[in-house]
Design a protein around this ligand. Structure first.
Ligand code: ARG
Ligand code: ZN
Length: 883
């Protein structure tokens, strides 16, 4: 199917291209069954590599003609590439004609059809599925694109840049010509030809420039585009204000498509989005969806500078643009959230995501450095490590040079590299050079180990109080476990933001600082203390490490109640919960919550000074996946069912013991008035939904019908999707007898809303497992007429939800859910390798499992590996998993 991708590509093998492509003139005759592509390129031999043949990538396309300066030339194919030798030593014109079959393109990479329209996805290597080209990011060309298609079926013809000409053709066809003045790599090319409508807004920015902003969607979806448009306008203003980066295009377009492998794509001037991250209305989208739309719109927009104006030299440098852009979108969302506590809530959510997905990745068979050393399929390296750990690496740089220093560094980065394709080293060098005296610049080589070494460092902290000298000495040490191909690690440079509290919770004046650990072990002494302090370490999660700190229960209660750092307040609460949950799992005894913990949770819920959003985070227990990782880190076998049972027991006890508080919170926050997705309203809805979930859970356990009845009423009356889904989830996840009927109503109510039907599947797939009922339901839902593996969102709604978010349903002692998973991965791999290889990662951590899960999981992975003609993508995943 794919040629040339089942071999390893190595970072150290990088060589500059033999030829530069200065301009590309592309012409498309768009027909779903067979599209004709003509590419006319202005080619210039690279003076540094004279006499080399020109190798052009191509995949699943049919070549019909090759001309050099208008003459036919000899060519051959080698390793799947089209090779031209005996080329002129001077610049020349190359013309390629080929065809492709968009409607047969089920991989959704390259040019494909969705809902009757044409769309493209070229990152990382989709352009070669459109035409022969040096499909690598360091070859940058000015594109001119002519689109021709049937005018009725494809009224909108879009590509990058500016529209220069359009008009009718014969036989009911029409055309449009687009010109993008910015040289760009092929992965940023895009075209759309479809029946779409658009929301348009003209803006004038702070610097006085005029722009046209457009959001294109299917006809029925226009009422769901306001939030995306507002998010785009906010992103433009933010990048200009915070980083001095202006929109460099007259026209900026966002297009929504319902079949899309990933979240969205930053094609120059023509971003293409998964509908999930564009469409949002109060009736169909939750608060979380609204937040995601804002952050993904921001992310793709910010790529216009960090990714497009400065791009990657090669795909090993992917984090150069992704880590930096995730950092930027996180900062944007925090700034949009506004208040310090709303910012902290966002930070907690980001860290929770990092620890839920990146930490396990870094501890498993797919562990790789932020800048990987090799790959078989680059699409497998669009990972939590490259994105989210990459963002943490940028955040640490910002911590080490300070906010202004980071801005200076960004300025220097653009002054040096605008218009270039560069490396992660170039970025770090610019930040350091702009801050020559900083803790970053003085340790730059050591700091860059964050790019090179995989694995999550363990940071050990130990404190010793000396009453005689009234001093407290903190000793920090680090160790990073071995990862595939990397047995021994050098020490990392770890910024540890911290502060000290007195036992009564008051801050110790002047104790706040950022320690920089840059060796295996180091100590710091704090003087003038009357007693041993309570240490608040790694504030704001200042580094992506596992902090091994044996804080006493008393200290954790103090931190939970009083720390000035909201992240560490939350973290202390999580540590208290983890200790209880894992205590029960390890002892093999039923979990029994103690009064001290319950009192502390009650105090949080009753604290008038705390935001609802924060309370909701504190009272949300660590996920089963997170708990599993904690055991795995300690080298203990993971029994997912024991973890599930302990967590369910703890939820039930919180529901019972805090019943009055849950009821009071529900009364206070159930009604938030007209829908606004601001942090305060979102926090109130989140807390009210958490309260309702506990109230229904407790009622069902005790045969009470009042709260389930209220939840049903809420479900029916809800004025927005957050409240409606919250009530539905309380009923379904609380196993209320009213759930089945509510589910049916919900389905009927939203029959025509694909993204809501995705939620309907996902909600059921996420239900806490009980005697195998949930897995049985998932299996049944997989046969539902609305279910389909062909649409990635729909496929994920059941499968990803089960494998990533519902360990209780997935890890079954009879292995039936593993077998079900293996069967689906094999099936999907036959038509969409990228989607299959994502799903194939579900059992990455099989080695950490207790028996019988471990053996059964291995067998299921072998089952996937045994499929004849497995794609290189999925092959890479299962081979690593079994290695
Ligand atoms: N650059 C896109 C983003 O992060 C992601 C594209 C990934 N696509 C892929 N097939 N791996 O915004
Ligand atoms: Zn990105």
């Amino acid at each position: 199917m794919r040629e040339g991708t089942d071999t390893l590509t190595r970072r150290e093998d990088y060589v500059a291209p033999s030829h530069w492509i200065r301009t590309v003139d592309l012409s498309f005759d768009l027909e779903p069954a067979k599209t004709l592509v003509i590419s006319r390129m202005q080619v210039e031999p690279n003076a540094d590599r004279p006499g080399q043949p020109l190798r052009l990538d191509g995949e699943d396309i049919t070549l019909t003609r090759v001309l050099v300066n208008g003459e036919s030339v000899s060519f051959h194919f080698e390793d799947g590439q089209l090779v031209l030798d005996k080329l002129p030593a001077e610049p020349f014109q190359l013309e390629i004609r080929n065809t492709c079959a968009p409607e047969k393109n089920t991989q959704l990479s390259g040019l494909y059809t969705s809902g009757g329209g044409f769309f493209t996805q070229c990152e990382a290597q989709g352009f070669r599925r459109i035409t022969y080209f040096p499909d690598r990011p360091d070859v940058m060309a000015v594109f001119k694109v002519t689109l021709k298609a049937d005018a009725k079926r494809f009224p909108m013809l879009l590509s990058n840049g500016n529209l220069v000409e359009s008009g009718p053709l014969d036989k009911g066809r029409h055309f449009a010509v687009w010109h993008d003045p910015h040289p760009k790599p092929s992965y940023l090319f895009a075209l759309v030809a479809a029946d779409l409508v658009c929301r348009e807004q003209k803006i004038r920015t702070r610097s006085g420039a005029d722009h046209t902003l457009q959001v294109y969607v299917r006809a029925g979806d226009l009422d769901k585009t306001e939030h995306a448009m507002n998010s785009l306008i906010a992103s433009i203003a933010w990048d200009e204000a915070r980083f001095g980066l202006k929109l460099d295009l007259e026209r900026f377009m966002i297009v929504a498509v319902s079949d899309f492998n990933m979240g969205a794509m930053e094609n120059k001037g023509l971003n293409i989005f998964n509908t999930k991250f564009v469409l949002a209305s109060p009736a169909t989208a939750t608060d979380i969806d609204f937040g995601n739309v804002e952050s993904v719109v921001g992310h793709e927009y910010f790529h216009n500078w960090t990714g497009n104006r400065i791009t990657c030299r090669d795909w090993f440098q992917l984090s150069l643009k992704e880590g930096l852009t995730v950092y930027r979108d996180q900062e944007f969302s925090q700034d949009m959230a506004g208040s310090p506590s709303a910012r902290a809530v966002k930070r907690i959510e980001d860290v929770r995501g990092l620890r839920q997905t990146q930490f396990p990745e870094d501890a498993g068979p797919m562990a790789h450095p932020v800048r990987p050393d090799s790959y078989q399929a680059i699409d497998n390296f669009y990972t939590a490590t490259v994105y989210d750990k990459g963002a943490e690496v940028v955040r640490m740089m910002a911590t080490l040079v300070g906010r202004e220093g980071f801005r200076r560094g960004m300025d220097l980065y653009f002054a040096r590299h605008d218009g270039q394709a560069v490396t992660c080293d170039d970025f770090a060098q610019a930040i350091a050079d702009a801050n020559p005296d900083s803790a970053l610049a003085t340790r730059l080589e050591a700091f860059k180990r964050w790019y090179a070494q995989a694995g999550t460092p363990r940071l050990k902290a130990a404190g010793r109080f000396d009453a005689e000298t009234r001093s407290w000495t903190l000793t920090l040490s680090q160790h990073t476990p071995a990862t595939p191909g990397q047995a021994d690690k050098w020490p990392f440079v770890i910024p540890v933001a911290m502060g000290l509290l007195q036992a009564d919770g008051t801050p110790v004046a002047g104790s706040e600082r950022v320690l920089v650990l840059d060796s295996a072990q180091q100590s710091w002494t704090f003087d003038g203390l009357d007693a041993a302090p309570v240490a608040s370490l790694l504030r704001g999660f200042s580094a992506p490490v596992i902090l091994e700190w044996e804080a006493s229960e008393a200290d954790l209660f103090t931190l939970l109640g009083h720390d000035t750092d909201a992240f560490n307040r939350w973290e202390a609460g999580q540590r208290l919960a983890v200790a209880r949950l894992l205590g029960a799992v390890r002892a093999g005894t039923p979990l029994m919550l103690d009064a001290a913990y319950l009192d502390a949770m009650r105090a949080v819920l009753r604290d008038a000074a705390l935001d609802c959003a924060f309370k909701e985070l504190v009272l949300t227990l660590p996920s089963e996946g997170y708990l599993a990782e904690r055991l795995a880190e300690a080298g203990e076998p993971v029994d997912p069912q024991a973890i599930h049972a302990a967590r369910e027991a703890m939820r039930a006890q919180l529901a019972r013991a805090l019943h009055e508080d849950w009821a009071a919170l529900w009364e206070a926050h159930a009604s938030t008035g007209g829908y606004r997705p601001d942090p305060v309203s979102c926090g109130r809805r989140a807390l009210a939904n958490l309260a309702l979930a506990h109230l229904v859970l407790d009622a069902v356990a005790h045969g009470d019908t009042v709260w389930p009845g209220r939840a049903l009423q809420r479900f029916k009356d809800a004025g927005n999707m957050t409240d409606r889904l919250g009530a539905l989830s309380a009923l379904v996840h609380g196993r209320s007898p009213l759930a089945a009927n509510a589910l049916e109503r919900f389905h009927a109510m939203f029959r025509g809303e694909a993204l809501v039907i995705d939620k309907w599947f996902a909600l059921q797939a996420a239900a806490p497992e009980h005697d195998g009922e949930v897995f049985a339901q998932i299996r049944a839902l997989a046969k539902h007429p609305d279910y389909s593996l062909r649409n990635p969102n729909r496929a994920r709604s059941l499968l990803m939800t089960m494998t990533a978010l519902n360990p209780g349903a997935f890890h079954r002692a009879d292995g039936s859910a593993y077998a079900f998973w293996a069967e689906k991965v094999r099936e999907i791999d036959g038509f969409n390798p990228q989607l299959a290889s994502r799903l194939a990662r579900a059992l990455d951590r099989w080695r950490a499992l207790a028996e019988p899960y471990r053996t059964l999981a291995r067998a299921a992975i072998e089952q996937v590996a045994a499929k004849p003609e497995l794609s290189p993508d999925t092959r890479e995943i299962v081979t690593r998993a079994l290695a």
